[in-house]
Design a binder for this molecule. Structure first.
Ligand code: ZN
Length: 283
């Protein structure tokens, strides 16, 4: 599932290729991909035809396109969503869900989504910040993210540190992969109680989160399957930089102990048994 680095990579590609262009027509090929747009496909297309895309913005794993109407197109990629720039002559992808054509006749924007967990909607008046995503916290590479508020917020919670990192109302953009990577760097086991983190420990953890996200953005994200690609259909390269995620049984790059996999909700957590000892049970 795309996390912040993958969505940010897509966003920068969209800024380059879509911002400033005027939409001429929109086709919806699957109703599930606009399920959050309650008035339906015709209304969705009608609100977008003739509108200019001003910019492409992101909060956490959500993208939005502010329009010259003051509305926005807000979208989430779900498990498998892709935003591809394709010449209008290119054959439609099997899982093409929504097509945007532009009045300059240049490349189309195609929303392709095999599993249809992703989707787009028009957010009325949402150009500055769509109301639908206003509850999502800023992400740690947002210049307005408050480090002090994060440190205080995570220490106030009575939860486990990995769950806190995945809580999009505390800090956004982090999913399973980058949570495991940041925890490995911070030498913390994911079940450590957040209210036992010292201020310096919480602050160090945030530093590691920021580092790993920044490095992954520079590598164009992590491609674990063929589904995550940038707007030109290219995969990212960060998987070679992963130290914990997906490395079960391989030696820890710090201490050589074999990386362990533990179940976490309906997924897995990867960590080093030596560098990241399990916390003692709370008395
Ligand atoms: Zn280790």
């Amino acid at each position: 599932m795309p996390e912040l680095p993958e969505v940010e990579t897509i966003r920068t590609g969209l800024v380059k290729h879509v911002a400033g262009r005027r939409i001429s027509a929109v086709e919806v090929h699957h109703p599930r991909s606009i399920r959050r747009h309650v008035p339906g496909a015709a209304d969705f297309a009608g609100r977008l035809a003739g509108r200019q895309v001003i910019d492409v913005c992101r909060r956490g794993k959500y993208l939005w396109f502010p329009l010259d109407s003051g509305d926005a197109v807000v979208g989430h990629l779900g498990m498998s969503g892709q935003m591809l720039l394709q010449p209008s002559t290119a054959v439609d992808e099997t899982h093409l869900r929504i097509r945007f054509a532009f009045d300059d006749g240049g490349p189309e924007l195609r929303f392709v989504d095999q599993r249809t967990f992703g989707g787009l909607a028009v957010s009325e008046g949402g150009a500055v910040l769509p109301a639908e995503i206003a509850h999502i916290a800023r992400d740690p590479i947002d210049p307005e993210f408050s480090d002090a508020a994060f440190v205080a917020g995570i220490r106030r919670r009575r939860t486990e540190v990995k769950r806190a990192l995945l809580d999009q109302t505390l800090i956004s953009g982090i999913g399973n992969i980058y949570a495991d990577e940041a925890l490995w760097r911070a030498r913390l086991h994911g079940t450590r109680p957040t209210d036992q983190l010292t201020k310096p420990a919480a602050s160090r953890l945030l530093g590691h989160v920021r580092d790993v996200l920044g490095e992954a953005i520079r590598d164009g994200g992590t491609s674990f399957d063929a589904l995550y690609v940038d707007v030109n259909g290219q995969s990212g390269y960060f998987e070679r930089g992963l130290n914990a995620y997906g490395r079960e049984g391989l030696p820890c790059r710090r201490c050589a102990a074999p990386i362990r996999r533990e179940s976490f909700t309906n997924r897995s957590s990867f960590s080093c048994p030596k560098c990241q000892p399990r916390p003692r049970t709370r008395s």
